[in-house]
Ligand binder design. Structure first.
Ligand SMILES: CC(C)(COP(=O)(O)OP(=O)(O)OC[C@H]1O[C@@H](n2cnc3c(N)ncnc32)[C@H](O)[C@@H]1OP(=O)(O)O)[C@@H](O)C(=O)NCCC(=O)NCCS
Length: 214
């Protein structure tokens, strides 16, 4: 059973930051492709492995309606072509900057973890948003999804910390991951990004309240 604790963690990509090309390469033994008809079943199976809140057909349709073209990725095993991972680029205008993209539903099969597939899928989604000109690329996750959080930090996503509760949660999470807690640097990057996009964001608390899982 999932631990019950809020709020969700919010991370953004520092716009203008380059994406390391090696992150985009599929790990040895795997390939990455975009959506093919029939992948809905593969996706639903993976959402169970990801322990996401239950997906039904309606929730799938809600998400599919927001995927950008060529923005739904699937990892496959090179030998069998079996689907073993996925991630989505979801367009998610939330009231302030129009070109907001959410990295969503990053997951791989339990048997295929530990090879860097999560990083590769996240990098592909990030690259797709960059190529499409998105001015805010972000994601939400839960504090207990440590493999995902480490993946996002390693690629270059930075935490958005808008409350003391989030500060404590991030401090604790960084300790668990043995990752430096550099709130001042993260804040500077966020301010640069706001200046770049020419927007001031709604408070992180308000963004949190609109977040969907994950
Ligand atoms: C997120 C996910 C795709 C990552 O899978 P993966 O690419 O195989 O990632 P790994 O298992 O290699 O873990 C990534 C890193 O986290 C570390 N890690 C994993 N579990 C950890 C834990 N419990 N505590 C600390 N570190 C952990 C790994 O050691 C690895 O670190 P490294 O890159 O320095 O070696 C996979 O864990 C998954 O499908 N999780 C369930 C769904 C989910 O949580 N999705 C995120 C939704 S926001």
């Amino acid at each position: 059973m999932k631990p019950d604790r809020n709020p969700q963690l919010h991370m953004i990509w520092p716009i203008g930051k380059p994406l390391a090309s090696e992150e985009l390469e599929a790990p040895v033994g795997y390939s990455i492709r975009t959506y093919l008809p029939g992948d809905e079943g593969n996706f639903l199976r993976l959402t169970i492995e990801g322990e996401f809140d239950r997906f039904d057909w309606g929730k799938l349709q809600f998400n599919v309606a927001k995927v950008i073209p060529d923005g739904w990725f699937f990892a496959t095993r090179a030998d069998t072509h079996a689907v073993c991972g996925t991630a989505m680029c979801l367009h998610n205008y939330a009231g302030d900057t129009p070109f907001t993209g959410d990295v969503s539903w990053v997951v791989c099969s339990r048997t295929d973890r530990g090879h860097g597939l999560g990083a590769c899928l996240t990098a592909r989604v990030t690259r797709r948003f960059m190529d499409a000109g998105y001015s805010r690329i972000q994601l939400h996750t839960e504090y207990y999804r440590l493999a995902a959080i480490k993946t996002y930090l390693k690629i270059g996503y930075i935490p958005v910390i808008g409350s003391s509760a989030l500060r404590s949660l991030w401090q604790e999470t960084c300790e668990r991951l043995d990752w430096p807690f550099t709130q001042d640097l993260w804040q500077e990057a966020i301010q640069d990004q706001q200046a770049h996009a020419g927007t001031t964001w709604k408070s992180a608390a308000s963004a949190d309240s609109q977040a969907s899982d994950p």
